[in-house]
Design a protein around this ligand. Structure first.
Ligand code: AMP
Length: 208
C-alpha cells in the first residue's frame, strides 16, 4: 500500500488485512515499538524518525526480511510504509520472488489535504492506535490521545519533502506493472475502501 504520509495507508491497510485475514505489516509501527522498548533498532531509528527522515535502507530491508519470515506472513500480508525507496522496492522484489506477485495500490491525495490531516491526527499514547477524528480517548484501550512526535508542523514539512524525493519515484517504478492500481484518497475512508476493494478485485479477478 503506497501513499504519502497522511494518505490513509494505515487505515486502509488495516481494513484490507482484517478482511483478508492476513497481517498488516507497518514498518513505522515496528520502529515506534523498537523506540519505546529502547532496543538497538529503536536507538538507531529514534533521531532519524523525529527529524522526519528515512531510516537506512539496509536496516529496513533486514527488518522486513525478518518479519516476512514469521509464520503468520506465509499466507500473504499487507505492507504499510515499506518500501519507501527504489532500493527497498528492488529488495522486496527479491524477497517475494517465487512467493506470488505483489499487488501495488497507490493512494493519491493532494498535498493540502495531507497537511491538514497530519496536523490534526491523534494516536493513542498507550497502544499507538490511530484515533478517529471524533474520539476523545482510544477506541481500543481507552488510553489518552496524543499527537505523534513526527506530526508537528516542521517535521511534517520534512516528511512530505522526503516523500516527494525518495518515495514518489517508486510509484513510477511500479506503475508499469499489470498489478499496479491507483485510487483517489481524497474521499471518505469508506469510499476509498470501496475503490481499493474494486482495484484489488480487478487485479485478482475477484479471487481473494
Ligand atoms: P510511518 O508510520 O509509516 O509514517 O513511519 C514513521 C517513520 O518511520 C518515517 O517517517 C520514517 O522515519 C520511519 N520509517 C518507516 N518505514 C520506513 C521505511 N520503509 N524506510 C525508512 N524509514 C521508515
Amino acid at each position: 500500500m503506497l501513499g504519502a504520509p497522511g494518505a490513509g495507508k494505515g487505515t486502509q491497510a488495516e481494513r484490507v488485512a482484517r478482511e483478508r485475514r492476513v497481517p498488516r505489516i507497518s514498518t513505522g509501527e515496528i520502529l515506534r515499538e523498537a523506540v519505546s522498548q529502547g532496543n538497538e533498532l529503536g536507538k538507531a531509528a529514534r533521531a532519524v524518525m523525529d527529524a522526519g527522515r528515512l531510516v537506512a535502507d539496509e536496516k529496513m530491508i533486514d527488518v522486513i526480511r525478518e518479519r516476512l519470515r514469521q509464520p503468520d506472513a506465509a499466507g500473504g500480508y499487507v505492507l504499510d510504509g515499506f518500501p519507501r525507496t527504489v532500493r527497498q522496492a528492488e529488495a522486496l522484489d527479491g524477497l517475494v520472488d517465487g512467493a506470488g506477485s505483489l499487488i501495488v495500490v497507490d493512494i493519491e491525495v493532494p498535498e493540502e489535504t495531507l497537511v491538514r490531516r497530519l496536523s490534526t491526527r491523534m494516536i493513542c499514547g498507550t497502544c499507538g492506535t490511530l484515533a478517529r477524528p471524533t474520539d476523545k480517548v482510544c477506541g481500543k484501550c481507552g488510553g489518552a490521545l496524543v499527537q505523534r512526535t513526527d506530526d508537528s508542523d516542521d517535521v511534517v514539512r520534512e516528511r512530505l519533502q522526503v516523500y516527494a524525493r525518495d518515495t514518489q519515484p517508486i510509484v513510477e517504478f511500479y506503475r508499469v506493472r499489470p498489478t499496479f492500481r491507483s485510487v483517489d484518497g481524497d474521499q471518505t475512508a469508506e469510499a476509498v475502501a470501496a475503490d481499493i476493494a474494486a482495484a484489488l478485485a480487478s487485479v485478482t479477478g475477484g479471487r481473494s
